[in-house]
Ligand binder design. Structure first.
Ligand code: GTP
Ligand code: MG
Length: 340
């Protein structure tokens, strides 16, 4: 049996197993196996043909945003609207076949926006250019999942599943679990909170599946078995994601209203240029970039000569406040650096 069949067998078994106390160990093990096979699937292919096929686009600017979506949802139309780069848009599917970068200038920052080929179900397993697209998505600071408002729900669920299966976690933070493999001493298990989804036995079973017999595990949060597996496997990407429903000119006002209220969602129409400013504002928020202004023109080797700084703005208790190197600046603060 190939890896793909094994994966599909396990997925089916998980789907038909009812979740309850009696099946929790069984399910935990299945999930550990699934994560293992998926990791194998993602290992770089050794065949020479697979080499050099990635989209090599230089990172530039202050942040990178990747446009992910099914074909013909309007990704290229969006890039052409927001940046000075033109990316061919057309009514047929798979118009875009490679990665096309553009730049959005916003609040003094250069945001690199990447238009990518459309991806389809099975992308993670190598259908279409899925793998390459996903590889680029992993390098982004924020993913815009562009959806066709007329079929947004279905598209969203399918794409989430694809990204999920390659270890991309959308709008989630890293599970707060301390995990350290050891040379000996068995498995030491502790938690600082009451656990409702994992137990010591389940954690041991999962670790054994990964042939880990000595480790220190400390749950600082009530995590699920899936989250624990994520911590063991590592290599997960925790990515902010904006769900952008395009083509709202084609659906009713009620429907627009409903979609707009969903979490992490923005509704737009590239065709009618609706709500694009709001999308930019949201994108900025998700990028969480901090612009700071220097009072005098900056000089190199500043850090080594740094004595203290005066800061004006929202990050301080009073203005100006004298701060050290560890002070966290906030957006649009002004700083004056005093050298030794
Ligand atoms: N009605 C409507 N049509 C739109 C809108 N935005 C884009 N389109 C149309 O949708 C079609 C597909 O747009 P593209 O920008 O090529 O889509 P894409 O996502 O880049 O597609 P691929 O490159 O094939 O993955 C084009 O005919 C666009 O004119 C919109 O807001 N409303
Ligand atoms: Mg396109």
């Amino acid at each position: 049996m190939g890896i793909l069949e094994k994966i599909s067998e396990i997925e089916k078994e998980i789907a038909r197993t009812q979740k309850n106390k009696a099946t929790e160990y069984h399910l935990g093990l299945l999930k550990a196996k699934l994560a293992k096979y998926r990791a194998q699937l993602l290992e770089p292919s050794k065949s020479p043909a697979a080499k050099g096929e990635g989209f090599d686009v230089m990172k530039s600017g202050d942040a990178r945003v990747a446009l992910i979506g099914f074909p013909s949802v309007g990704k290229s139309t969006f890039l052409s609207l927001m940046t000075s780069t033109a990316s061919e848009a057309a009514s047929y599917e798979f118009t875009t076949l490679t990665c096309i970068p553009g730049v959005i200038e916003y609040k003094g920052a250069n945001i690199q926006l990447l238009d990518l080929p459309g991806i389809i179900e099975g992308a993670a397993q190598g259908k279409g250019r899925g793998r390459q697209v996903i590889a680029v998505a992993r390098t982004a600071d924020v993913v815009i999942m562009m959806l066709d408002a007329t079929k947004g729900e279905v598209q969203r669920a399918l794409l989430e599943k694809e990204l999920e299966s390659v270890g991309i976690r959308l709008n989630k933070s890293k599970p707060n679990i301390y995990f350290k493999p050891k040379k000996g001493g068995g498995i030491s298990f502790n938690s600082t909170v009451t656990l409702t989804q994992c137990s010591e036995k389940l954690v041991q079973l999962i670790l054994h599946e990964y042939k880990i017999f000595n480790a220190e595990v400390l749950f600082r949060e009530d995590c699920s078995p899936d989250e624990f597996i994520d911590v063991i496997v590592g290599n997960r990407v925790y990515m902010p994601c904006l769900y952008v429903y395009n083509k709202i000119d084609q659906i009713s006002m009620e429907e627009v209203d409903r979609l707009a209220r969903r979490p992490h969602s923005v509704v737009i129409s590239c065709g009618m240029k609706l709500n694009l400013d709001y999308l930019l504002e949201k994108l900025w928020e998700y990028l969480a970039l901090t612009c700071i202004y220097t009072k005098k023109r900056g000089r190199k080797s500043l850090a080594s000569q740094f004595k203290y700084a005066l800061v004006w703005g929202t990050s301080t208790k009073y203005s100006p406040q004298r701060v050290g190197l560890t002070h966290m600046m906030e957006h649009e603060d002004v700083i004056q650096i005093v050298k030794k």
